[in-house]
Every structure is written in C-alpha cells, then in structure tokens.
Design a protein around this ligand. Structure first.
Ligand SMILES: *Cc1c(COP(=O)(O)O)cnc(C)c1O
Length: 494
C-alpha cells in the first residue's frame, strides 16, 4: 500500500480552555508576531481546575492530605502563582525552585523538598522550615548537623523508600537510584532515633516513574508496613507521600493509537514503509523476521490517567493485606500526599511555532521547516506522539477531524543539525501549512515546554506568556508579569 494513501492521524485530546484558545487564531498569530517564534502559552486557570479534580478524589475516599505540584515539570511563574491561590502545595527539587515557590506565595508549611540536594538547598530548606523528603543516609546526617550547629527548630522529614520487592508478592519492582531500600529500614530508623532532637519523622514516601498500578500498590502497602515499624518504635508518623506519575492521556482516540503502534511494529519488521525519519522505529527492531525490543514511547493514549489514576490506585486491593488501599489509609488515619507534575499540567498550555518553508520531496512527502528546534518542544525527548494543529494566517481554526485529505510531512527544526526534527515521525496533516502559518503543539506544559530548552546557536529561549479569559475574551501577560488577580472573576471584584 502506498505510504501516503492511508493517513495515520494522532489527534490530540483538547479540552477547554485550550479549545477556546485555539479558536482565537488571530490572538495567537498576534502574540507570535510580537514575541517571536517559538512561543509558549500557559493557561494558569486550568491548573486550579486540575487541583480540584485531585481534591475530589481525596474527598470521595474521605482522605486528608496535600496535593503537591512537582515544580520541575514547568518553570512558569504564572502557574506557580496561580497554584498558590489554591489549596495545593509545592514539591521543589532545587534551590532555585524553593526560592521561586517562596516568592510566589507558598508558605514553608506548604512546601516539600525532594531530589538530590546541594548544601545550599538543604540550608534554605532547614532555615525556612520546609518539609524535607530525605533521600539517603548522608542527607539525614547533613540535615541533623545543620539543625544542631545553627540551633534551628526541629525539622519535619519524610523518609523516601524504594525497592519494595522484598515481600511475598511477585511484582517486579525496579530499583531506584533514590531513597532507602525497604530492606534497610531498621538501620534507617535507628539513625532517625539518634537524631530525634533535630528531626521529626512525619512519614514515609516513594516516587516511582512507572505506569504500573501493581508496582504502585505494592509500594503503598510497603509504606503502610514501614509506618507500622515507625509506630512500634514510639514515633508518631502520619503522612504517606506516594509521589507523582499519575500521567496524562494526550490523544483523543485510543483506536488511532492502537492502529498507529501496530503499523509501527509492521514497519520495524520491514512489512510496510517506514513511518519515521531514516526508518527510526522507537526501540523496535527485527531479527530474522522476529520482532525485538520494546516501544520506547510514552503511552500517548491512556485509558486512565491523572486524578482517575489516583482513584483507581486507591480502590485497588493491597497486594498482601487484601483490603482497598484507601481503606488501609483511612483505618490508620494517615494523610495521603501526592506529587503530580505532568498530571497537574494537563491541558495547561501549548507551544506555537511559525512555518518558514514547505517543500515537496521526491517521495511525495513534504518537509516543513519551523522557527523552533527539537528542544524547544521536547515531545520526541519524552516519546510523546501527537499531531500539531495548523493555524492558517487570517483564517479561523476549525476542527478537521474526519478530513478526507492528508499530507505526510516531516517537521524540521531551525538548527544546523540533521537530527533536529521536532518529531522523527512522519506526521499526517489534513491541510498543508504555508509559510507564515503557525503550528500549535497542544498540551506541552508538562516537561515539553522548557525542561530541555537551551541557547544553542545563540538562539533566544522561547518567551512564555500566561493567557486568561478576561471580560473582553482572551488576554495575556508575560509569564513573569502575571499574578492571579487578572482573571475574570477577580476583575469584576475590583
Ligand atoms: C518528577 C517527580 C515527580 C513528578 O512526576 P510526574 O510524573 O510528573 O507526575 C514527583 N515526585 C518526585 C520525587 C519527582 O522526582
């Protein structure tokens, strides 16, 4: 079958307010005309809605605790300031993120410090009195020493645990570089007892970078057992922090994802034309007609993600204790803490890029050159496959779902680098863009927007703006000029 005869669309999932923002094509063109390409747009009001969705799952299970945004997923000030005006907390992983959270309005009681920590980060965390998620013995020692040497108040700490596979259940649990293996818990608690004057153990935590519910259920049950050990020693722990990794579903239609990945498998086996640049096949290969490897991609369509994933986890039975995990927490009156990064940023922004050139190649595909590079919109870096939306200059955007026409295109970036493709995948577009048109990459706020951005070739970093619906429709501020006093409700109150 000829390559371009049957298009393989991957339509992004779009919800308000992104749908309404995309419908304001003129507004978006004006922004890029004025501020340059690429341009990142964040929608702070949506993050508040995502917090509310997580909160409603807590309520459904009668659980108390914090919803803590993992800051590392986006550098935006607007999003963090908007969050400060909700009941959410912040999870910071660097000195800069801690300073930022404090400056955006978070009080230390609503901040947790995680990740590998430099002495300066630990110092400010200890001084400000934020909760520290302790990752190892050296950190525990350093923290206790800081408190003693400077006569600081006793610090609240969570013990980050890892490697929960030492139980009777046969669930594969990956070893983590972070945290204390549960098999070493006794020694860890001995150390905590020695530092009792300086450090108060308020609970335990884990963060697993996996989509597997079984792995997470095992870890959560492991945390409940660890809490029992703490209590047996006379400690009074009250918090179980289950980290992030609730995920986002990026595509509107699961069937498109199924079709696409099965065609990708055929391409890797050489049974159809390549679907990506230079026959890249995302981790799959063929050896004498047998498929090897595994798909190295984010599951772009997830039947259950975000707050719904938390709900499903809490409903799951504990692997050995049997009762639902939510019941276990409730029976013990433990607070539940979650640290979603990506999931709180679902539908919170998009990345815009100007089309510079469209060229027909001899194989019938088109090459599109964009005023952005692969790291300005790190979809490929995170293995997220989804189609951009074409915003023609001077036209309204209309959904092209079910379009009969299609064009196979490769999206090239602006670096002098053969490998600078925004996505290595051959993308099918229902209409071909012209130079001057915009491509909108939706739902990029989680990790894609600025996690990998750099100054290669002395190109400026993308600017970021916060868009919000005011009394006169869509309005904007530069990200660092936004405070949550501009939205429509607040505008009416003034
Ligand atoms: C990155 C990270 C998170 C957030 O993970 P997501 O997959 O974005 O939800 C939460 N907690 C810790 C400790 C992390 O390192």
């Amino acid at each position: 079958m000829p390559l371009l005869a049957v298009p393989l669309f991957l339509d992004p999932k779009l919800e308000p307010p992104l749908t309404s923002l995309l419908a304001s094509s003129r507004f978006l063109h004006d922004l890029v005309d004025g501020l340059g390409s690429p341009l990142n747009v964040v929608v702070p009001d949506r993050i508040a809605e995502n917090v509310a969705r997580f909160r409603s799952v807590f309520r459904r299970h009668h659980l108390e605790g914090e919803i803590s945004f993992a800051h590392k997923a986006n550098r935006s000030s607007a999003l963090v300031r908007r969050l400060a005006a909700t009941g959410a907390a912040m999870d910071v992983a660097s000195l800069g993120e801690l300073q930022h959270a404090l400056a955006c309005g978070f009080t230390p009681g609503r901040i947790g410090a995680t990740g590998p920590k430099e002495p300066e980060f630990l110092w400010l965390a200890a001084c400000a009195g934020v909760t520290v998620n302790v990752e190892g013995h050296a950190e525990l020692q350093a923290l206790a020493a800081l408190v003693r040497r400077h006569g600081l108040p006793r610090m609240r700490v969570l013990l980050r645990l890892s490697d929960f596979s030492g139980t009777a259940v046969k669930v594969l649990s990956r070893r983590s570089r972070f945290g204390f293996p549960t098999s070493e818990l006794a020694g860890l608690l001995d150390a905590c007892e020695r530092h009792h004057e300086a450090l108060e153990v308020i609970g335990v935590s884990y963060h697993l970078d996996t989509t597997s519910l079984d792995e997470k259920a095992l870890a959560l049950e492991g945390c409940v057992r660890a809490m029992d050990e703490c209590r047996a020693r006379g400690m009074r722990p009250r918090v179980i922090d289950i980290g992030g990794g609730f995920g986002v579903s990026y595509l509107a239609d699961g069937a498109q994802w199924e079709r696409y990945t099965s065609q990708l498998t055929l391409a890797a086996m050489g049974r159809r034309e390549a679907l990506a640049w230079r026959n890249h096949s995302y981790g799959l290969s063929s050896e004498g007609g047998t498929l090897r490897g595994s798909l190295d991609l984010y599951p772009s369509h997830r039947p259950v993600a975000g707050a719904d994933y938390l709900d499903e986890l809490l409903r799951s039975p504990a692997p050995t204790l049997g009762r639902p995990l939510a019941t276990l927490l409730l029976e013990n009156l433990y607070d539940l803490c979650v640290e979603p990064g990506r999931a709180l940023l679902d539908q919170c922004g998009l990345t815009l890029a100007r089309v510079l050139e469209t060229r027909l190649e001899t194989d019938g595909t088109h090459s599109i050159r964009l005023a952005m590079n692969a790291d300005d919109c790190a979809l490929e870096e995170h293995g997220i496959l989804m189609d951009p939306i074409v915003l023609h200059r001077g036209e309204r955007w209309e959904s092209t779902e079910g379009s009969a026409e299609s064009f196979g295109v490769h999206l090239h970036g602006n670096l002098c680098l053969e490998s600078d493709l925004i996505t290595r995948r051959l993308v099918f577009l229902p209409r071909l863009p012209d130079p001057g048109d915009l491509l909108a990459f939706p739902n990029t706020a989680g990790y894609c927007m600025d996690f990998n951005a750099h100054h290669a070739q002395r190109r400026p970093l993308a600017r970021k703006v916060a868009a919000y619906l005011g009394a006169d429709g869509w309005q904007w501020r530069l990200d660092d000029q936004y405070w949550p006093i501009h939205s429509e409700e607040d505008a009416h109150e003034v």
